[in-house]
Each structure stands twice: as structure tokens, then as C-alpha cells.
Design a protein around this ligand. Sequence first.
Ligand code: SAM
Length: 362
Amino acid sequence: MTTAVLDRTDALAERLIGAALGALELYSVYLGAELGLYRALDEQGPLVPDELAEAAGIAPRYAREWLEQQAVAGLIEVEDTGAAPAERRYALAADQARVLVDPEDAAHVSPFAHMLAGIGRVLPEVVEAYRTGGGVPYEAYGRDFRHGQGHVNRPAFTHELPCEWLAAMPDVLARLETGRPARVADVGCGQGWSTIAVAQEFLYAQVDGLDLDPGSIADARRHAEEAGLNGRLRFLEGDAAGLPAHGPYDLILLLEALHDLARPVDALAAARAALTEGGTVLVVDERVADRFTAPGDEVERMMYGWSVAHCLPSQLAEEPSAATGTVMRADVVRDYAAAAGFSDVEVLPVENHFFRLYRLQV
Ligand SMILES: C[S@@+](CC[C@H](N)C(=O)[O-])C[C@H]1O[C@@H](n2cnc3c(N)ncnc32)[C@H](O)[C@@H]1O
């Protein structure tokens, strides 16, 4: 075998070993988040293993093993590596807490661990779907996936959506701020963080979140109640195609949702029919490249990664389905919008690593 072939073999083997390490560490992050271990360390640390076990209500032997693994992985701090195992004190530094604890911090990417756990739960069904051509419903990915999906987007929805993203459309902003009660729909709202953020920012707006997934709607209603927002906010369980029955709306949002709809053109046509005179549809979806290239950059790799294990199977659970996958390129958005009767699609000048913003014109 030539040296070049061996180098490629070694590089690929090393890459998969690195990926296995990353996956294992994400499982440990899942445990830390799910069991409240990071939060206990953040609020009460530094802690020895028995103190963490007591604070979080877990078995002491597990607390010790998890703390040692976290420190070895460099995810948390340990004060004295030379101390006896039971005496070592562990802590979370402020920069680590931003990633692992604070749900509204822009660096809070740890919910990816929940998304992957949700996929793990249904992998045998995904394998079967590949054989039959069928699908795996969004609902089957369960609470872990919903939680991960909702929380990974929560910081951007809380901070960037109401200010930066909507500010890129000054006429829409003016409409939301006039004092006249503007109506907003958030289609495919998931756990409702975007719906809540819009209601919190625009005090005169009436905001409806709509989603097909009962679990997501139940979560969203709970989140709204916890935020003290019932009244100007409603969460409706139903298909995007049913939107006109609840309208008309001044602003309709589809946030990381259009590619996931089995029938995106029907949903956009329904959105167009549900608009008030001069109303606006804003689609925010993946910032993928304009065309297929291989190997691709990290955004492409990430989006194809979700596509093969989650988005495509969940889209194919419905029939008929456009089976868009996660990688919905800009020309596909334009084609869907044109088929739904929109005359133009404007890409808004908003910088974001993962998202591109499309304003659809009637
Ligand atoms: C990728 S998730 C995005 C959720 C949320 N916008 C967010 O970013 O966290 C896509 C959402 O679309 C919803 N969905 C899929 N098909 C739908 C349909 N036909 N009508 C309404 N919602 C739908 C799913 O239940 C899911 O909550």
C-alpha cells in the first residue's frame, strides 16, 4: 500500500476515534444536565463527590466517577488532583457555566447532547425506515430531542430574534411597535421560546405559536405560564396548513421549521393566505452553501448529520412528503416560495453562523 493511502487510512481512523470520544463526552454532558449536576456545582461548588451526591440526589459512587471523568475531560475544574478521591473538590468556572448551565447564554450549546440522546432512542426505527422508505415521526424522538432542539435555539430566539433579526425589517418593527395590537404567528414553534421572546419584546402584540407535535405544545404552554405570559400568547396544536383559520397575521415566522414540514409549499401558501394586507413572512433556516460540494464545511456536515438521522426520517413519516432533508438550499426556498405564490424572496443582511433569513414578498 502506498504511503498516501496509509496516511488517509490513519487520518480517517483517528477522526472516528475523536468522534467516539466526542460522543462519549456528550453522553456525560447529558447526564450532567439531566441530573442537575452542573447546576449543583454552579450554585454550591466547589464540592467533594459526597456533597454533589447529596445536593443532586444521586448515588455517591456515580457522583465520584462522573466528577473524575468531567475533570479528566477538562469540562470542569478540580482543586487538588493529589487528594484522596473522596476529598477532591470540583467546581465549575464561570466560562464553563456559560456553556453548561445558563440557558440563555449565546454559548449554551450543551443541549446538543439531548438532541443526540433523542436520536439514539429511535435509531433502530431509523434503520428500519431506511429499508422500507417509511419514516419516524418527530414525536417518536421524544422529550430529549424536543428539549435539545428547543434549548439549543433558545439563546438566539431570546436575544437575536426580537432585536437584531426583526430590526432587519424596519417596516415590520414599526408595525409591531405602533401600539396597534399586531398579530404574529410562529409556525412550527416547538417549545415556544421564540413565541415567548416576541411576546416579551412587543408588548402590544398578540402572538400565536402553532405546532403539530403535542409534546412541544404542552412544553410551550408550560414555559409561557412560567414566564407569566398567558393572555397575549396562545399555543395551538395543529398543521401549518391550517393557519388561515387562526389569522389574519401581520407577521408569520417559520423558524428552523420550513425544511421540516412534509408539505412546505402548502404551508407557505397557507401563510400567504393568512397574511393581513402588507403582512410579512420571515423564514429562518439553515445557512447551507448554495450548492453541493464534497467534502463540505462544518455547517454542511452538521446539517447533513441531522438530516440522515432525524429530519429526513421525520419528514418521511407523513405522506405525501417533499422529503426536503435538512439541507434546504437558497434556490429550493425560492422555488417553494414561488410555488406558494410569493413574488420574491429577499435574503436579509443578518450575520449568523447557522441561520439565513429569508423575507418572502407577496
Ligand atoms: C426543527 S423543529 C423547530 C422548532 C422550533 N421552531 C425551534 O427552532 O426550536 C421543527 C418543528 O416543526 C414542527 N412541525 C413539523 N411538521 C409540522 C406541520 N405540518 N405543522 C406544524 N408544525 C410542524 C415539529 O413538530 C417541530 O416542532
